[in-house]
Design a protein around this ligand. Structure first.
Ligand code: SF4
Ligand code: SF4
Length: 222
């Protein structure tokens, strides 16, 4: 899923400082799963902003709404009658949300309340970690099921770099060296020879370096 976290409160307060009436829009997708932008977080942010502005003797009217998804036009349509009633819209979705809302409502001021961080998995309650950089040409099967692009600090396809200690990355002792995990797993499977061939240069045009990407599924188009 896409993992996001709320921007610092001071940054949000500064963004909306000129508004008198705002709508906070949450999303029931990924950001609900990672506890960053679902209806609960919308409610908390709304109350916090109302209180912060009351404290400054500058009351703020805040309404709340959480859409099924903000990365889908059919759900953004639900805002058609609402958006004109507000000075600004504060989106609590990943960064696709504020962009979709901005595109549909060119007159509206739309601000992101979250920072979109990475594609990750849930490690345990309250901990998420990056697992994928969406390179568009997945090769995890060559590396024991681990991704050296997203999970090695240097994105080495021909690792390890030799700097790890006790299974931890030399860049940050909190990070597992994914190459340690790759080598350990392939050793256990008796497949270490898989790593003896030098991996060719990766074709990064399927990644972000080829420009913004698009998938067209003719079979699904109406
Ligand atoms: S190889 Fe590419 S698509 Fe596969 S997990 Fe790594 S970054 Fe993601
Ligand atoms: S220590 Fe491991 S994870 Fe860190 S940069 Fe080197 S190979 Fe990559």
């Amino acid at each position: 899923m896409i993992v996001g976290e709320r921007k610092p409160l001071d940054e949000i307060i500064e963004m909306i400082k000129d508004a008198k009436k705002i709508l906070i829009v949450g999303c029931k997708g990924c950001v609900t799963v990672c506890n960053a932008g679902g209806s609960k977080e919308v409610g908390i942010l709304a109350s916090t902003l109302r209180l912060a502005r009351l404290k400054d003797n500058n009351p703020l009217e805040v309404d709340e709404l959480t859409l099924e998804r903000q990365c889908d036009p059919e759900y953004i349509e639900a805002l058609d009658e609402q958006v004109p009633n507000y000075d600004l819209i504060l989106s609590m979705a990943c960064s696709i949300g504020p962009q979709f809302i901005s595109e549909r409502f060119p007159e509206a001021q739309v601000y992101p309340a979250l920072n979109t961080c990475f594609m990750g998995g849930s490690m345990e309650h309250g901990i998420w970690a990056e697992y994928c950089q969406a390179c568009g040409d997945c090769k995890v099967h060559l590396f024991g099921g681990y991704c050296p692009i997203a999970r090695c600090s240097k994105s080495l396809l021909n690792g390890p770099c030799g700097g790890s200690a006790d299974g931890k990355c030399e860049v940050d002792k909190e990070i597992d060296c994914v190459w340690h995990l790759i080598v350990t797993k392939l050793m256990k499977q008796g497949k270490l020879n898989q790593l003896t061939q030098v991996k060719p240069l990766k074709n990064w045009t399927t990644s972000r370096d080829g420009g913004p990407r698009k998938i067209v599924r003719e079979d699904l188009k109406l």
